[in-house]
Ligand binder design. Structure first.
Ligand code: NAD
Length: 499
């Protein structure tokens, strides 16, 4: 892409620019471990300029006061442009994040859906809520206003999708923003900024600073002129963001990691079809995008009587997953995103084996795939809750297996995590399905399914999986302040004070 070659990937007040320092960063194709683009490596100075532009656009510009119907129309134009550029953007996402081409395309479809959803949501809303103040002389209404300048910080696994869950509601609500994509996978977010301008967004409303978390991200989180920081990423960085944001008492939304249980009762597998479905979905839950998914079903919690048969079939199928470069024909799973990520996964598998886990398949780098950061889908049996690999987010193609005998035990194991993002229960018993779903302490619970989400349903976590929600009406509410306007139509003295 021309812009990356130009190294002008910082967008401030409608202009593309290089980093003030002149620093650049190579963007690596993880399937071949070679650079394929260069971006500007911004720092605190670039960040300050971007916040200043967003502040000016909010305080003096038209966007916050643009009628809702016009804002919604702009979001719909963005969705149309995403559909127009689907192939190019999908291929770019595939190459940058190491996912298959089809996954890249599906990501872009989901991004367009997010823009359409938030356009429809704001367009359908009443302008305010009239409150009955108990007197005909009082007119009382609660209205929603944009929060102001938003800092949007995103991770590398679903780069444009995670950005769109923030950008679309932020714009729908009338905010201005500075987005900071992951330094590893910034390219599609850079491309989105061009699409927003093409759709007619005024200069200064959408700004982007490419660069690392410790400088750009940290400055955004602490900046006194930022009113809200919405962060998606890991627990360690998320905690730092919350700490940096505290002194300026800005609004904070955190979408963090997960250690998600996939609970399978034997009664779900009494027919061949039921067994095949549960195994197939367990495979998908754990290994899609090489397990680099916040909601990955990384903990299989299976009824003991079913374990041997289930794990044997799962391991047989996991061993057949075709790894390779995401753009190559027939490839089902790409590499890990970086050498660092693969090293982390390898360390978790080594520690699990030391602690007594039994390797059913995988556990090593595949042969014949060159220098790319590939790792085989791995199934670790005989795991228990004291193991690090069971407790901590691995964020790679590693599935642990635990077993249970009773419903209570299954629920206890599923909830035994500091996270609480998502989980699933597989059962043919409708009563059990409802009971277990009701007891799971996770932000999304699937019954006889895994992974689907809906733009109209809230996404987010219990516990250390985060604070706040994305998507759904609550995902829009994050980007708004409520204002109560109380009008006295017949004012009189109150005479509280006699003199
Ligand atoms: P990360 O925490 O390393 O980085 C996320 C973003 O934060 C990046 O843009 C990074 O540059 C920035 N950052 C890092 N340190 C920072 C700091 N001190 N201040 C401000 N910003 C900082 O996460 P990652 O490795 O990019 O992504 C993987 C993580 O994201 C996993 O834990 C995954 O579960 C999580 N995730 C969660 C969701 C969700 O919806 N809950 C979705 C996707 C990913």
């Amino acid at each position: 892409m021309a812009r990356q070659q130009e190294r002008r990937t910082i967008h401030v007040d409608g202009e593309w620019r290089e980093a003030i320092s002149g620093a650049t960063r190579d963007i690596i194709d993880p399937a071949v471990a070679r650079p394929f683009a260069v971006v500007a490596e911004g720092d605190e100075k670039d960040t300050d300029l971007a916040v200043e532009a967003a502040r000016r656009a909010f305080d003096e510009g038209d966007w916050p006061r643009t009628p809702v119907a016009e804002r919604a129309a702009l979001l719909r134009r963005v969705a149309d442009l995403l559909v127009r550029d689907r192939e190019e953007l999908g291929a770019l996402e595939s190459r940058d994040a190491g996912k298959t081409l089809e996954e890249g395309r599906v990501d872009i479809d989901c991004v367009a859906d997010a823009f359409r959803y938030f356009a429809d949501l704001v367009a359908a809303e009443a302008p305010g809520r009239v409150v009955d103040a108990g007197s005909p002389d009082i007119h009382s209404v609660v209205v929603h206003e944009p929060v102001g300048v938003c800092a949007l910080i995103t991770p590398w696994n679903y780069p444009l999708l995670q950005a769109s869950w923030k950008v679309a509601p932020a714009l729908a609500a009338g905010n201005t923003f500075v987005v900071k994509p992951s330094e590893i996978t910034p390219l599609t977010t850079v491309a989105l900024i061009d699409l927003l301008a093409e759709a007619g967004l005024p200069s200064g409303v959408a700004n982007i600073v490419t660069g690392p978390g410790h400088s750009v991200g940290a400055r955004l989180a602490e900046h006194p002129d930022v009113d809200l920081v919405s962060f998606t990423g890991g627990l360690v960085s998320g905690t730092k963001v919350a700490q940096a944001a505290a002194p300026s008492v800005k609004k904070v939304a955190l979408e963090l990691g997960g250690k998600n249980p996939n609970v399978v009762f034997a009664d779900a597998c009494t027919t061949d079809e039921g067994f095949d479905t549960a195994v197939d979905q367990a495979l998908n839950a754990a290994f899609i995008h090489s397990g680099q998914v916040c909601s990955a079903g990384a903990r299989l919690i299976v009824e003991e009587s079913l374990r041997d048969r289930f794990v044997a079939e799962l391991a047989r199928r996991a061993a057949k997953i075709r790894l390779g470069r995401g753009t190559d024909e027939g490839v089902e799973c790409g590499p890990l995103v970086s050498a660092q990520q693969r090293a982390k996964v390898e360390a978790y598998v080594a520690s699990a084996l030391e602690e007594g886990a039994i390797l059913r398949t995988g556990g090593k780098r595949p042969e014949g795939l060159g220098a790319g950061y590939f790792y085989e889908p791995t199934v670790l049996d005989a795991c228990h809750r004291e193991m690090r690999v069971v407790r901590e987010e691995v964020f790679g193609p590693v599935l642990t297996v635990e077993t249970f005998r009773t419903e209570d035990e299954a629920v206890a194991l599923a909830n035994d995590t500091e996270y609480g993002l998502a989980g699933a229960v597989w059962t043919a018993d409708a009563g059990r399905a409802r009971r277990v779903a009701g007891r799971l302490r996770h932000g999304t619970v699937w019954i006889n399914d895994f992974h689907p989400y809906l733009p109209q349903a809230e996404w987010g976590g219990f516990g250390k999986s985060g604070v706040g929600r994305e998507l759904g009406p609550a995902g829009l509410a994050e980007y708004r302040e409520s204002k109560h306007v109380y009008q006295n139509l017949a004012p009189k003295p109150v005479r509280w004070f006699a003199g």
